[in-house]
Design a protein around this ligand. Structure first.
Ligand code: PLP
Length: 394
């Protein structure tokens, strides 16, 4: 005979009149319903409640509401990575015969999705220079349904002509998608500038600790958002509850981290520009930035936490720089609490031909810096040491 007492059984969660200060983690993959009638009520939206984690779970919803508040939108949805969110939007909106145009300096995997994957589904794609709205207008086709842009390009820190592009998409009935990962809602809120859909890699500075991989999308049209969520659920782009919980914790300090990183970035940009061997520094608030005239209007004079610079001496000098700057993590990511350095020619842009990189101004001596919250004097001293070492044999 089976001993029921020896069988682990479900025990209801203890009641508490007080609530936990921190959101609980809810890793359940599935939820237990009382009856088929109750399930009907849930699926038909007559009552709220979760059924199966792929279709939504509380940790994702809590995080989505927090990012909604930062972005000034409603009903955003969390996915398992930034690329999952971008895939949900592109595959969820476009169909065979449509044309989509993207910025030629979008994040590398977004470019790959557009140029390598979408054409397999009969979707035409093309790329344009989003700093030049006239050139983008020339590239539109009668079947253009979507435009995908980033406000600040990666890694050359160019500023898109958002005002002209938003007017163009509105006039032509084209859906404008803005990836706001680089800029963040602290310096730019796409919905306020006419974007139809905002996306994020939450993995970056919103979560901020390089320990959670997540994405977010929000369409301003509620019907479109409902359709995109349904497609995202069907495609299984669901985030982990634990990652959402980590990101929620990270998000609490996002404004502080962003502001401090930005102050450090501004100081580092100034210091780098004076270091021997540094050819150029790209940072939006610098007078010599090619799109400086747009910084005030678009970013409210906020330069953000990202900068790029180029040194003399090509690949050999670049190798010396990363080896000498041992405390600066050489890692192809951004938005971590600490400073990270990346070398686009050997990582994000290695897929481009040498001519393609040259056209974008990405040489072997080109670095991108995601500035963290460290002591700024120590950070500048470490860069000074690394740059000096890089030039030792030039
Ligand atoms: N968008 C931008 C601007 C990014 O930099 C990245 C990743 O680096 C992504 C999207 C993709 O995000 P994830 O790595 O979370 O998939």
């Amino acid at each position: 005979m089976t001993d029921r007492a020896a069988t682990p059984r479900f025990v209801p969660w203890p009641d508490s009149i007080s609530r936990p200060l921190v959101s609980p983690i809810q890793p359940a993959a599935v939820y237990v319903a009382e009856s088929p009638d109750m399930l009907d009520a849930q699926y038909e939206g007559r009552t709220s409640g979760y059924t199966y984690a792929r279709e939504g779970h509380p940790n994702a919803d809590v995080l989505a509401r927090q990012i909604d508040a930062l972005e000034g939108v409603e009903g955003g949805w969390i996915c398992g990575s930034g690329m999952a969110a971008i895939s949900a939007v592109l595959l969820g909106c476009l169909k065979s015969g449509d044309h989509v145009i993207g910025g030629d300096q979008l994040y590398g995997r977004t470019l790959r999705l557009m140029t390598d994957e979408l054409p397999r589904f009969g979707i035409e794609t093309s790329l344009g220079d989003t700093t030049d709205a006239d050139a983008v207008a020339q590239a539109l086709r009668p079947n253009t349904k979507m435009m995908v842009i980033e406000v600040v390009s990666n890694p050359t820190i160019r500023l898109a002509d958002v005002v002209a592009l938003a007017a163009l998409t509105k006039e032509r009935g084209i859906t404008l998608v803005v990836d706001n990962t680089f800029t963040t809602p602290r310096s730019f809120r796409p919905a306020d500038w006419g974007a139809d859909i905002v996306v994020h890699s939450v993995t970056k500075i919103l979560a901020g600790h390089s320990d959670a991989t997540l994405g977010y999308f929000a369409a301003r049209d509620p019907d479109l958002q409902t359709a995109l969520i349904a497609r995202s659920v069907t495609m299984g782009l669901t985030p982990s509850a634990f990652d959402c919980w980590l990101a929620e914790r990270g998000l609490m300090s996002f404004p502080l981290r962003f502001d401090r990183s930005e102050q450090n970035a501004e100081r580092l940009a100034t210091a780098l520009a004076e270091m021997p061997g540094v050819r150029r520094v790209l940072y939006p608030t610098r007078q010599d930035h090619p799109d400086h005239n747009r910084t005030g209007a678009l970013l409210g004079q906020r330069g953000g936490h990202m900068l790029s610079f180029e040194i003399e001496g090509g690949r050999a000098a670049a190798n010396r720089l990363t080896k000498a700057g041992a405390t600066i993590a050489f890692a192809p990511t951004l938005g971590d609490i600490g400073t990270t350095l990346s070398h686009p020619a050997s990582s994000s842009h290695r897929g481009l031909s040498a001519e393609g990189r040259e056209k974008l101004g990405i040489s072997e001596g080109f670095f991108r810096v995601s500035v963290g919250v460290e002591d700024p004097d120590a950070l500048i001293a470490e860069f000074a040491h690394a740059v000096a070492a890089s030039q030792s044999e030039v």
